[in-house]
Design a protein around this ligand. Structure first.
Ligand code: KG4
Ligand code: ZN
Length: 339
């Protein structure tokens, strides 16, 4: 079954053709990160304008790369949320238009759930369940127990900044380009992670929730408005990164005490960070850790097409009605209606 996936929830416009939920036949991604770089974060209105320009060429290119025409596509999967509402609407309307024009079913996919599915896509084998699921991206920080594909037990989320957002804000404080995560990782290699004792926040009464806004403020105080040498910047980056990732590892430890799991699936752009990968491998040698392949960690349409395939099958090969709506906020736990 060939699924055309469409993703437009933030600043990437992406289309992909995926066969049977895992074989990626093509993927095209147009990013508007260059415009947002001027503002140090995503400027929603400008992201929407780029989506409008990019959506049709990106879909055309994905079909062309897969050497397919509309007649070869069996299903259109589209991100229905969460995300920027204007941005989501552009992908959603493109998908609905094609569904009508080509007479193909359409299925809405939860973006955060798709980030977790990305780590399962590399293999045809069934996932190791129950597992912990952890999404670490620019817009989301979410810890769940995955009991089945489409069935999630909420464990924790951020009460303020997402982890990727904290990396981007700290990078801005250090005058590094946007998006800052990869730049923090790069300069942190030369820094001393013990130089500053930064600490992620503790959320009272909800120890499995995350809080990253305080650590960003601690970085601001450490900088004290002074010009920094390269080594000082590297020490701050390394200390921040270590504190953020130790918090992630500590939350996993706590979660494992309450939810019995032998595997963890991770998704989202922060998963590209090699220090995070090393730290989790050291801290959890007995856990099977599944990372998304590089092309599938940042926002992409392949994960949407892949998960769309399973949603359609679980839904007795029924698509969503054409009044399917994009939604800026949807909890991942809502998607378990088809489990
Ligand atoms: O998954 P993604 O595209 O965002 C959302 O869906 O929201 O991930 C983008 C985020 C940005 O915040 C970026 O700085 C961060 O992932 N990121 C990293 C790294 N590569 C990307 N953060 C830390 N280390 C990296 N190597
Ligand atoms: Zn994302």
């Amino acid at each position: 079954m060939n699924v055309l996936g469409i993703e437009s929830s933030c600043d990437e416009t992406s289309a992909s053709v995926v066969k049977d939920g895992h074989k990626i036949l093509s993927q095209t991604i147009a990013s508007s990160a260059d415009i947002h770089a001027h503002y140090g974060g995503v400027f929603p209105e400008l992201a929407c304008r780029r989506h409008i320009e990019a959506i049709i060429p990106v879909i055309d290119e994905a079909l062309e790369k897969a050497k397919m025409g509309p007649e070869d596509i069996d299903l259109i999967a589209v991100t229905k949320g969460p995300g920027l509402i204007g941005a989501l609407l552009i992908g959603m309307h493109a998908a609905k238009g094609l569904s009508i024009a080509w007479n193909k079913p359409i299925i809405g996919v939860n973006h955060v759930e798709a980030h977790l599915y990305a780590a399962m896509m590399g293999s045809e084998k069934p996932p190791c369940l129950p597992a912990l699921g952890l999404v670490l991206s620019g817009g989301h920080t979410l810890l769940v127990q995955i009991t089945n594909l489409g069935s999630y037990e909420f464990i924790g989320t951020t009460v303020d900044d997402a982890i990727g957002e904290a990396f981007d804000k700290v990078a801005t404080l250090l005058n590094l380009p946007y998006p800052g995560g990869p730049h923090i990782e790069f300069i942190a290699k030369q820094g001393d992670p013990k130089k500053f004792s930064f600490k992620a926040g503790h959320v009272k009464k909800h120890p499995l929730n995350f809080s990253f806004s305080g650590i960003k403020t601690s970085v601001l105080y450490a900088i004290k408005g002074l010009p920094l040498s390269d080594i000082e910047k590297a020490d701050i980056a390394a200390s921040f990164q270590e504190a953020a990732f130790s918090d992630i590892a500590n939350k996993i430890t706590l979660a494992l005490q309450q939810f019995s799991c032998s595997a963890i699936y991770l998704g989202g752009g922060v998963c590209n960070n090699q220090r995070l990968r090393k730290l989790l491998a050291e801290r959890f040698p007995h856990l099977q850790i599944f990372w998304p392949p590089k092309d599938l960690s940042l926002d992409n349409a392949a994960m949407i097409a892949g998960l769309g395939f399973h949603k359609f099958r679980q839904n007795n090969k029924q698509g969503d009605p054409l009044d399917l709506e994009a939604c800026a906020r949807i909890p991942i736990t809502l998607s378990n209606h088809i489990a």
